[in-house]
Design a protein around this ligand. Sequence first.
Ligand code: UDP
Length: 321
Amino acid sequence: MRVLVTGGAGYIGSTAVAILLERGYEVTVLDDCSTGHFESVPSSAKFISGSILDSKALAEALADCAAVIHFAAKSIVGESVEKPDLYHEVNVEGTRRLLDEMARLGVSKLVFSSTAATYGEPEIIPITEESPTVPTSPYGRTKLEVDQMITAESRLGLAAVSLRYFNVAGAFNSKSGWLTERHSPETHLIPNLLRASVANPLKVFGNDWPTADGTCIRDYVHVVDLIDAHILALEKLTASKHEIINLGSGGGYSVTQVIDAAAKVVGSDIPTQISARRSGDPAVLIADISKAKKVLGWIPTRNIKDMVSDTWKSQNASASK
Ligand code: UDP
């Protein structure tokens, strides 16, 4: 089966492409490389350079594909506050065009990269798929709008799963080398703390949160476990059905606990500096992953040490190139 992976040159998308290929799928990638990296796409994938806003590129990319895994999106919360129109255009309008082309060409299977940001500030932890969706950023709002659009499309026959990611971390050692986070600027905790130095310490965004050690708690999930869930979802798609499923590990780590895990991995202290809270950060986000376990038969197997250690190895591998 040939699968179209939109955004297949990005961190999570390229990991999906490499794992799909290793599992025997044929893969087409559609990416405009606005934030992704062409060299992250394995040469055995068919690569189409273009945006999801370009119906012609979409039609070319969908040729011979039986299913789509849709990652292409703008995904920086802070940037979405500054550029809500851009986020609406790419995430909502881009997905509208993808769904229209899929319907026109008879491609009726979709796995969509959604997000915990659709829930906003949770009232109850852990967060289930029934929790209220009150996104606090334009980014979260665009992803929620797409989830709703996909539900409407499923009533016309589309088989779809939206996977709501919590904090994705780690890296994948593919046959052609490490695939890892290379955002610019990098905002995520694990890559940032691994680059921290005495001259440039990791900024800890607040130590006065209502948590045991005062730092924010997040639910980190390894990118390889995350992609395993995508492939299970792909194999379980049912016509006219749209499932929404959380993907996390089902447990939380505070920023301080992640820093401590990282110090053990690298064998030395991580230099830190307590800074002001980052606006928009909730204190605690933890996923209830019972639906993923039940519907997909998925169990994440990699822990926080694996996530830090794989990111560390991948950073060292790219530094030595
Ligand atoms: N964080 C931090 N310093 C950083 C980056 C992140 O203290 O340089 C904290 C952030 O406030 C949050 C957690 O680490 O509590 C995870 O943040 P990240 O940006 O990795 O993911 P997010 O939760 O925003 O999706």
